[in-house]
Design a protein around this ligand. Structure first.
Ligand code: COA
Length: 276
């Protein structure tokens, strides 16, 4: 059964939490109300045993049309710096929460994705788009720079020339171009999008959850480290993961070396079987 908190809807099916921006009449623009609701929903889902993967998608024709120009910008600016900073904290807060989420996350970009939408897009570990989706750093079109991390997202995910062109022209690109440029993992027809995302989510559900969290954090962390710093971080991160799930990795070794029941190069060990 679908749950709804104001402007966000979600349901959990077979250990996949489907979370939806839910203001289709406003193209799912992120208002302060929506940002607060998203944080509540993420709170509710993060440590639930019946949730293994979170998918973020949108109701209607949009993933999200970015920040709400009326409620997020105009109305909070009318409250002065205090209002502006509060609404920034609320939006950046849930994106940060999502970047370091306990469970793996997938952006399922079904339609429009503009400006501030690049925050949650980057926050999700993986991203799949409809060919029909449109992505754009539209800020330049209404007279601001791509803030709220959007410029950083473009530079993180795109080659320099493409990032610069994208930011300076504000020209939207479709899902296929977004995949070609590396903004998303894959693009496919809208009708096939949910099936593909479900398939990928199921792959993740088969993996050791402690290893998944350690891995996703490591991929985000090591980018700004020197090789030696990364090497050291990864040693510590693995040791920390071992203290949470020492048996998991031993079982993985046992099923390959002793039971010969799977090949790690080709798929995951069976977490529900103990061969000891
Ligand atoms: N902020 C506030 N309201 C928005 C919005 C946003 N970012 N995006 C859409 N809306 C509202 C519109 O004002 C309109 O409201 P109304 O029905 O009360 O008039 C409603 O959503 C539908 O928008 P509309 O423009 O008619 O839909 P469309 O399907 O023709 O076009 C978009 C969709 C996404 C191309 C267009 O709405 C748009 O350009 N939105 C702004 C995108 C943007 O620049 N975002 C970056 C913000 S950082």
């Amino acid at each position: 059964m679908a749950n709804e908190i104001d402007t966000v809807a979600y349901d959990v099916v077979d250990r996949i939490a489907w979370v939806r921006f839910n203001r289709p009449d406003k193209r799912n623009a992120m208002s302060p109300t929506l940002n607060r609701a998203m944080m509540e929903v993420l709170d509710d889902l993060e440590f639930r045993d019946d949730v293994g993967v979170l998918v973020l998608t949108g109701e209607g024709a949009a993933w999200t049309a970015g920040m709400d120009l009326k409620e997020y910008f105009r109305e909070t600016e009318s409250e002065g710096i205090k209002g502006v900073r509060k609404s920034q904290r609320e939006s950046y807060g849930w994106w940060r929460r999502l970047r370091w989420y306990q469970k793996p996350t997938i952006a399922m970009v079904n339609g429009w994705c503009f400006g501030g939408g690049y925050g949650p897009l980057f926050a999700c570990d993986l991203a799949f788009a409809a060919d029909e989706a449109k992505f754009g750093l539209s800020e330049i079109n209404w007279g601001i720079l791509p803030g709220g991390g959007a410029t950083k997202v473009a530079v993180e995910l795109l080659p320099f020339r493409k990032a610069m062109y994208h930011a300076l022209t504000g020209e939207p690109i479709d899902g296929r171009t977004a995949a070609d440029w590396g903004l998303v993992n894959e693009s496919l027809p809208l009708a096939a999008l949910k099936g593909r995302v479900t398939e990928v989510a199921k792959v993740l559900l088969d993996k050791n959850p402690v290893a998944l969290k350690a891995t996703k954090d490591a991929v985000r962390r090591v980018g700004v480290m020197t090789y030696d710093e990364a090497e050291d971080y990864l040693v510590r991160a693995q040791e920390a993961a071992n203290s949470f799930d020492n048996d998991g990795r031993k079982e993985g070794i046992r099923q390959f070396i002793d039971a010969k029941s799977y090949r790690p190069g080709l798929g995951a060990y069976d977490r529900h079987r103990q061969t000891r």
